[in-house]
Design a protein around this ligand. Sequence first.
Ligand SMILES: [Zn+2]
Ligand SMILES: [Zn+2]
Length: 324
Amino acid sequence: MKSVLLNDIGILKFQDIPEPIPDLGETLIRVTKCAICRTDAKMWAQGQRDLVLPRVLGHEICGVKEDTNERCVIWPGKTCGKCIHCVVGMENLCVDMEILGFNKDGGFAEKVCAPQSSLIMIPKTLEDHVACLAEPLACAINALEQSSTSAGDTVLIFGGGSVGLLMAMAAKSMGAFPSIVEINPEKLARSRAFREYLDIRTASSVTNQLFDVVINACPSSETFWPGISMLKAGGRFCLFSGFTGDEVFPVTCLNEIHYKQLRLVGAYGCKRDQMAKATLILNEFQEAARLLIEEEIHLEEIPSRLKSVLDGHTLKIIVNIKPE
Ligand SMILES: [Zn+2]
Ligand SMILES: [Zn+2]
């Protein structure tokens, strides 16, 4: 079958590989569309903790079950089902996790194998290229749930890339009021249609307003101190994107957490039920979600696009693998 295989760091090739054979409990999926994530570009450029080579990348997958012809998206994890995290329903933290596109072959290929339990059937009216956004949207939902976001809450999101924008959409769907801080005017221009459609407020710098929830959807540790100081008493800061650098935070910053009785939470990946929720939100907000998709390309074009994805010069690119 046709695939795009990462043979080594920086060496990505369009090539024929054998069709995957399902393990026990797995199903073969014909991939219809797979979105490119910035993590794919990072793995190509510099590798990643969980990456095992050679590897078919791609973890934002929509496809058709080979046995029943049902359309589905794939929760990209394969878990042990037995560890303490799996048992209490925090399967995204499984100690023995395998991830499609990281240490198990992913969606930049005509077919992929995934555990039956990781398949989420999608609404009839949800288009495949929009359904691909379910995985990043589910990660955003996880951040909102970890920070106990509910209707009426004001939510400040640092970072106006595709995940920050999806997070704002998810916040809207919960009845919350999202605002985005994005310092890059080019990114703001690119997302204008989406933001206007959903009436999402933006600022190019921090404001004086106080918020119930602050989430970083960008890796800059410079968002932490302003983010903490912009929370109302009892507010929540969610560390969604890992920080880069090794900045030390002043004690006065940490004491704000004490005096204002703030909660500092983390969010990593997503759970199956959050992906199911994501497909429903995408179905409801399909018109808006389409505005995040800038381009559809073929498998063989992936290698030429990763540089611009890595540099943050795109919203979403969808790889059109096998239209139904
Ligand atoms: Zn991703
Ligand atoms: Zn487990």
